[in-house]
Unconditional design. Sequence first.
Length: 323
Amino acid sequence: MSHDRLAAVRASTGGPFTAAQARGAGFSTTEIRRLLRHGFWTLLRRGVYVDTELLERVAAHPERRHALDVAALLLTLRYDAVGGGSSAAQVWGLDSLREYSSGLVVITDDEDVHTRHRRDVLVRRATLPAHHRHERFGARVTSAARTAVDLARDARFAEGVVLVDSALRKERTSLSQLYRVLNDCDGWPHIDRARRAVLFADPKAESALESVSRVAMHQEGVPAPRTQVVLGDERGILARVDFLWDGVKVIGEADGLAKYRPDDRCSTLDVVRAEKRREEMLIDAGYEIVRWGWREANDPPRLKRKLLAALARGAQRQQGRAG
């Protein structure tokens, strides 16, 4: 149900509006209660509403849905703040190895506000330069670069790499923006953790599994492969592979379930058959293929053994061809 009298307010917040804003737009208390009772409006937080039609429309879009919750919370605060931490990460759609908390996180640079928990909200006070602030789906949040750096400061190396890789892959930020935030936050607690994650980042990593795999290889001293390499011959492109060790012609494939997920055009069987044909072509072209999943990626020594064995087979195969 459209309410033109609130159009400007909803446009500025991405949807939510307060009871006071509704009254200011000409809605009486009786009218507000009627709209809530008949389901045209929905209560998001105490004194904050949203058009039910909008809420239903974004239900299948986690980033936009979380942005409504952030925007609604900000309307209740008496000080300037933005969504930050895990809340901003959800609005930006950043990948995480941890399940995001259902609680909300806000950051303010108001010196009269102190870090504290209140009910389902964590309030943090920190410096917020203008270029660390952004707006997404109408909600005010920390920029994707600041969000990734903030979370990487408090995360294990692999977790930080997953966050930064996804921010780059999804083009929410750039390496130059990340480096600028690192410089802005120089001297902050655990900033070196974030710096390591950014320095190790690879925008070509297509999944969290690939990011974790790269970290495991690095930690175990496995020779670094090239990532997302397009292979072909005189007949054209054969395939794009996750990892490639050129000298020994070994291909590494990090096989998450998403790789075999059907879509509107292909069934699961079609996807599996296509992958089998792809693998046969690569083997015929002289490549050794090694596959792994989350179990090996989360067990770096195990992944190392698997990869080194494949690299050794690849080296033997190339020596045989040379002989």
